[in-house]
Design a protein around this ligand. Structure first.
Ligand code: BES
Ligand code: ZN
Length: 671
């Protein structure tokens, strides 16, 4: 009986059954047993052919058989070809065999051209599936030689294609100084597979060597190594240099990153450098030089020393679709962070925090994304509190976060799967599930735990957790188990943790309980918003708006003011939108956090004067955090104009942003 049970559990439990099982709460020991079973070698009697596929991986968003083989080292030898807009070269994978008789390596791939696969000098048979499995791509299945060795080295000759979703190629005309082309990658969540065949899952970690040949300076998510071999160009083409990097800390494929263009650098701290176009260098240096090192030191005090040697920032062109991306050694950042007032450096606090949460300790699958983003949001706000010397600053940031959470929940609907802390992502594209929910519901959960356990005790758990899973991947059940076992000797805390409704936190859709935040900094914003509501209804008792109203505001306080009006019952009259823009300078602000919110408010008011500037902003800034709300409102105002904006920008937006807008257009305006 026992044998039958263990056989069924380990090898036959269908994916769906396993997933359902994990959704009804199972005890820590049961969870551990499942994890342990998942990597136990298949018994001899299991047919060779099926052995490689029989183990249920915990990541449903990969087609690779990563429980049969596991990547240990990746060497990427690529030429960056700006003319053909492609990467071409060879990727060498060193894999560990986990299942004795496994005869096939199945790798993720998406829109790739594969020219050949070798193990040493031996050519291997492979099959690159021609029919795509949406949204996961075309699995590359490689027949591997029978050997007793547990190590397998594969060399795959490969090139990206025009459909690659991980790269954006900019022509010289699309760059700020119009002199040189530019290219950059964005692999999170599942785009690394469109650069080279790999086990594209955060449950697998590999060390990396990057050998990248380019006519322009190159950065990659490792530490630079030398020397740089020069190759003269042919037929008048510029020569190329070989840029090499090494990443000795194992990292998941989604952190593979490269960029190449007209790049210059300047110091922003004792272990930090900013990289950007030469014309933007001084402004970028000024924006970050005050805060970067204090942030690193604050984070080190909360967790433990920074592991990645140097912490640098690459400021990208405006089409970069995110605020920041935590690529190891080089955070990639939107140029909208360089707002000339140091008011958006919280993005740096956030990406830096990922050096611990996400990069050292990685979510095991995108279903457990809150462990990356919730922890990072938590650490980011702890850094802010440490720098400002008071918790009211983190509560203020959490209030902004709560608004983002409630907007996302309202967008999806309170019962939607994606509003759960642990959503079911089988068959889904993780990009479609992306929202503020993992950030803010995750933050709220950790904030709740901090208050429940008490800060002094909780603070001891933080370094423990980040040590226990350092260089590993973790899921929510392991997080829970680690928390319970850390406090097992503390009767008082244990009791509280036993009484905690874990199932509700993990699986209930919709809102979590709202914490009692300190509203001191937000109250001033709410009061000003009330005055504008009164003015709109001609009940303002002689109050007149003046620039002095917001003189003492930080830009985040202006954000809260604008957001309060966005979600108010009162719709402002168009002439008040005009008055507000002029009085507070929102329309002219260099800070896109303010301009974009001001335009949303104007669009909500159907103020036709903002339609054209809002459309212009959409063409100028490709950060999805701004594109999404502005485009959504624009659709409600004028579908024809929205369609025009899409047509005008679809070639120049980043592929991820373009796809998001296309899907929004397909769904149409939603009130
Ligand atoms: N890792 C994310 C960006 C991301 C998430 C890219 C999922 C692709 C898929 C990054 O750390 C992030 O959260 N960026 C935020 C910054 C903000 C929270 C300060 C962003 O882009 O807005
Ligand atoms: Zn993040």
């Amino acid at each position: 009986m026992t044998t039958v049970f263990s056989f069924r559990c380990t090898f036959r439990l269908p994916k769906i059954a396993l997933a359902q099982h994990s959704r009804t709460f199972i005890s820590h020991s049961t969870c551990r047993a499942f994890s342990a079973m998942a990597i136990r070698p298949a018994p001899e009697f299991v047919a060779k052919e099926t052995a490689a596929n029989i183990h249920q991986p915990r990541d449903p968003n990969t087609l690779s058989n990563y429980n049969a083989f596991r990547t240990k080292h990746t060497e990427a030898d690529f030429e960056i070809d700006f003319n053909a807009k492609r990467l071409k070269g060879t990727v060498h994978l060193t894999l560990e065999k986990l299942v004795k008789d496994a005869s096939k390596v199945i790798l993720d791939s998406s829109y790739l051209e594969v020219f050949g696969v070798k193990a040493g000098a031996r050519e291997l048979k492979y099959d690159l599936s021609t029919s795509r499995v949406e949204p996961y791509g075309s699995p590359l299945s490689i027949g591997v030689p029978e050997t007793d060795s547990s190590e397998l080295k594969l060399s795959i000759d490969v090139a990206t294609t025009k459909d690659c979703t991980a790269l954006q190629w900019l022509t010289p005309a699309q760059t700020s100084n119009k002199k040189h082309p530019y290219m950059f990658s964005q692999c999170q969540a599942i785009h690394a597979r469109s650069l080279f065949p790999c086990q594209d899952t955060p449950d697998v970690k590999s060390t990396y060597t990057f050998n990248l040949r380019s006519p322009l300076p190159v950065l990659a998510s490792g530490l630079p190594t030398g020397p740089r071999d020069f190759k003269p160009g042919q037929n008048g083409e510029p020569g190329t240099l070989l840029y090499t990097f090494h990443q000795a800390i194992p990292m998941p494929s989604y952190l593979f990153a490269i960029a190449s263009g007209d790049l210059a650098s300047a110091s922003i701290g004792p272990r930090s450098t900013v990289w950007t176009g030469p014309e933007e260098l001084n402004a970028s240096q000024w924006e970050f030089e005050k805060d970067t090192e204090p942030y690193i030191q604050a984070a080190e005090k909360i967790v433990y020393p920074y592991a990645w040697t140097t912490y640098n920032v690459l400021v990208l062109p405006p089409s970069f679709p995110y605020g920041g991306m935590e690529n190891p050694v080089y955070t990639f950042a939107t140029p909208t962070v360089v707002s000339g007032d140091r008011q958006n450096v919280d993005v740096i606090a956030h990406e830096l925090s990922h050096s611990w949460s996400g990069n050292l300790v990685s979510n095991a699958s995108w279903e457990h994304f809150w462990l990356n983003e919730g922890w990072t949001t938590y650490l980011e706000r702890r850094i802010q509190a440490a720098i400002h010397g008071s918790d009211k600053h983190r509560d203020f940031s959490a209030i902004i976060g709560w608004k983002a959470l409630s907007d996302s929940i309202k967008q999806y609907g309170e019962d939607h799967e994606f509003t759960k802390l642990i959503p079911d992502l089988k068959g889904q594209d993780p990009d479609d599930a992306f929202s503020s929910i993992p950030y803010e519901k995750g933050f709220t959960f950790l904030y709740h735990l901090e208050k429940l356990i008490g800060k002094v005790k909780w603070d001891k758990f933080i370094p423990h957790y980040f040590t226990a899973f350092k260089e590993k991947s973790v899921d929510s059940y392991e997080f829970k188990a680690t928390l319970l076992s850390f406090f097992a000797g503390d009767a008082e805390v244990s009791k509280k943790l036993e009484n905690l409704d874990w199932d509700t936190w993990f699986y209930k859709p919709g809102f979590p309980p709202k914490p009692d935040f300190d509203t001191e900094l937000a109250d001033q914003c709410y009061e000003l918003a009330k005055k504008w509501e009164a003015l709109n209804e001609s009940k303002a008792d002689n109050w007149e708006p003046s620039p002095a109203n917001i003189n003492m505001f930080t830009s985040n306080q202006s954000v809260v003011f604008l957001e309060t009006l966005q979600s108010s019952q009162t719709t402002l009259k168009p002439d008040l939108i005009d008055l507000m823009g002029k009085t507070y300078g929102f329309a002219q602000s260099k800070n896109v956090e303010l301009v974009s919110r001001y335009y949303v408010l104007g669009l909500q008011a159907r103020d036709e004067k903002v339609y054209a500037p809002a459309a212009e902003l959409l063409g100028r800034i490709g950060r999805m955090k701004f594109v999404r709300p502005v485009f959504r409102e624009l659709m409600k105002c004028d579908m024809g104009l929205a369609q025009k904006v899409y047509d005008a920008n679809k070639e120049t937006w980043h592929p991820i942003c373009r796809d998001m807008v296309r899907k929004m257009l397909e769904k149409g305006p939603k009130e």
